[in-house]
Each structure stands twice: as structure tokens, then as C-alpha cells.
Design a binder for this molecule. Structure first.
Ligand code: PEP
Length: 247
């Protein structure tokens, strides 16, 4: 567990503005938490501005990317374009991409594998809907989403630059918080069984879903929870407290 650096991502979704980010990046630069990997994901139009304003010890992530480097794909951006601008992370498979934009397990797996092959670090999101949870299908869904990734990633090297974000859909933006330790343990056991014990012990499994300054400390001390992906609270000053959840 000591080998897994605590990871806190801030997913701004389709929020912020030049005015907001000018202030918020100043605050982020003042956090002094070198023991935490902090990664900020603004809308793509603000990626370069945020990258320019943030200190180098804070990472920047795109909220999406395509699985081809260049070409006739209007509206998309590619891993090589991200790297060309020093954007080293990407969120792939967020539940809003899956539900609103109908991204399938297979498309997501293709994107993850391509982004990894180009050298990005991928925050791969998985998690069940409320209906799936009520049907007792949580682990089936999570295993299905992981299996889709495994089919494209194949070997250990592929998994090295993956951070798994377990985000139950019913907890995202709802104020409902999961007790994620059991699912995190199940994901880690799945990695041991289906990839390798090394990947299982090295991979960060982070939690997302209504994380706030108030609940982050308790969540951060749950076994197998290696950090957070934060939506709403990542736009606010309380994000600083969430980065320091383990303190
Ligand atoms: C997210 O967008 O990944 C998320 C977890 O959102 P929120 O923190 O607002 O629930």
C-alpha cells in the first residue's frame, strides 16, 4: 500500500471560465502536497491555459480523447495532441460519456489502450448504475467493464499507467456516498486473478461520487481506497482539503 501514491483528480466537467480558472489555479498552486499526485481535468478549451498556470508538480488531464492520432474526426482530440501540449493524463469512460454520449465498453477499451500506447496516464472510470446495484449486479458490471479493458490491454505493461476510478453512477453528483471498500477489494482481487499480483498491488483504485471536504477523511482511510476522482467539489476551495485527506 505504501508503494501506491495517493491520487486526487479534479474533474471540472463542462464548468469553469477564464475568470474562475485564474483564481482557482492560484489556490491549487498553494497546496503543498508533494506526497499526493494531483491532476486537474478542465474542459478541453482550457487545457493549455490551465497547464500554463499550474505548477509542474500538478498534472493536467483531458476529459476524453480519441483512438486515432490525426484525421477526419471532427470535434475530437488525440493523445499525441495532448502530449504535444504537456497534457499527460486523460479520463476515459466517465459515466457521463457512457450514458449521455453512448460510449460502449469496447470503444472505451480502444481509447484506453491507444492512449496508453501513446504514453498517456489513463484514469479509467467504471461503476454500476442504481438499477444495476439494486439487481445485485454491481460486481458483474465492474468485472464486465474491467474485462473489456483487459481484452485490449493484454499485458502487465499496459496496466502500469492506468488508474482505476470506481465511480458508482448513483453517487455521482447526487450527494450520496458509497462505502466503497468492498468493491475496491473486489477490483484488486480481480486484478490479482486476471492480470497479475504485481499489477494488483501497484494499481491505484480511486473512488468517485460526491466526495467532499466533510467525507474525504473517512473515505481516504478505507482499505484499498488510493485516492479520489472529484467532480463538483473540485471547482471549489474545499478541493484543497480533499487533496490533504490523508493528513
Ligand atoms: C465525477 O464527475 O467523477 C464525480 C465523482 O462527480 P461528483 O464528485 O460531483 O459526484
Amino acid at each position: 500500500q505504501m508503494s501506491r501514491r495517493f491520487f486526487v483528480g479534479g474533474n471540472w466537467k463542462m464548468n469553469s471560465s477564464n475568470q474562475h480558472l485564474a483564481e482557482h489555479t492560484k489556490l491549487l498552486n498553494s497546496i503543498n502536497a508533494d506526497d499526493v499526485e494531483v491532476v486537474i481535468a478542465p474542459p478541453s478549451i482550457y487545457l493549455c491555459s490551465v497547464r500554463d498556470k499550474l505548477d509542474k508538480n500538478i498534472g493536467v488531464a483531458s476529459q476524453n480523447c480519441y483512438f486515432v492520432d490525426n484525421g477526419a474526426f471532427t470535434g475530437e482530440i488525440s493523445p499525441s495532441m495532448l502530449l504535444d501540449n504537456d497534457i499527460r493524463y486523460v479520463i476515459i469512460g466517465h459515466s457521463e460519456r457512457r450514458t449521455i454520449f453512448h460510449e460502449t465498453d469496447e470503444l472505451i477499451a480502444n481509447k484506453v489502450a491507444f492512449a496508453i500506447s501513446k504514453g498517456l496516464i489513463v484514469i479509467a472510470c467504471i461503476g454500476e448504475t442504481l438499477a444495476e446495484r439494486e439487481r445485485n449486479d454491481t460486481l458483474n458490471v465492474v468485472y464486465r467493464q474491467l474485462t473489456a479493458l483487459k481484452e485490449k490491454l493484454e499485458n502487465e505493461a499496459g496496466w502500469k499507467n492506468v488508474v482505476i476510478a470506481y465511480e458508482p453512477v448513483w453517487a455521482i453528483g447526487t450527494g450520496k456516498v458509497a462505502t466503497p471498500a468492498q468493491v475496491h477489494k473486489a477490483i484488486r482481487d480481480w486484478l490479482t486473478k486476471n492480470v497479475s499480483s504485481k499489477v494488483s498491488s501497484d494499481t491505484r483504485i480511486i473512488y468517485g461520487g460526491s466526495v467532499t471536504a466533510d467525507n474525504c477523511k473517512e473515505l481516504a482511510h478505507q482499505p484499498d481506497v488510493d485516492g479520489f476522482l472529484v467532480g463538483g467539489a473540485s471547482l471549489k476551495p474545499e478541493f484543497v482539503d480533499i487533496v490533504r485527506a490523508r493528513k
